[in-house]
Design a protein around this ligand. Sequence first.
Ligand code: SF4
Length: 212
Amino acid sequence: MIDRVEEKLAIKPERLIADTSYGSAEMLDWVVEQKQIEPHIPVWDKSHGKPGMFGRAAFTWDNEADCYYCPANKLLRCRNRPFKKPRSPVTKANTIIYRSSQHDCKTCELKSRCCPNTSHRKIARSIYESSRDVARDICETTEYLQSRKDRKKVEVLFAHLKRVMNFDRLRLRGITGAHDEFLLAATAQNLKKLAQQRFKPRDYRIGAPALC
Ligand code: SF4
């Protein structure tokens, strides 16, 4: 939709508000790097760790040295084993794996909170991590709190369409069909809202004289 609007009208939004289902690394990178739009989108992140254990946030990223520092201030590096044919460190999931040294972890006092069942700690860093960081920083701002409130105002209309007006699936096929059907549903919703506001039954309890 953003592409279509940009193509037809030569305009694009300054910020994009969406829920976590749009917070994948690829999507955030497209919004930040390709479209240069502020992502007011929560980051899809499953690396928080169990309670009492060190999640990804406990590890500090050093961009220049291309490594992480663990809570014990030891290095986690992306080690490439020497293969005959040079291989890319990027995995199929578009991440780069950073590993601590077994030697460091063996004697570490924090091991029980870090990697109790493995010989060393691994951190998978997305190749789109810089875009995820942009979204994370925006999530800390007051502008983001306002965006979240604005999003709820729109989402409640979709929820009403789905749950109350039973508009849970599209019956017509193709973009034109979807467009027409959605336009009709939105028109019906607006008419219903207008009628409710216009012909609101009077609340006789307000200002009614007290019974003696
Ligand atoms: S267990 Fe290893 S990675 Fe974890 S804090 Fe200790 S030295 Fe660092």
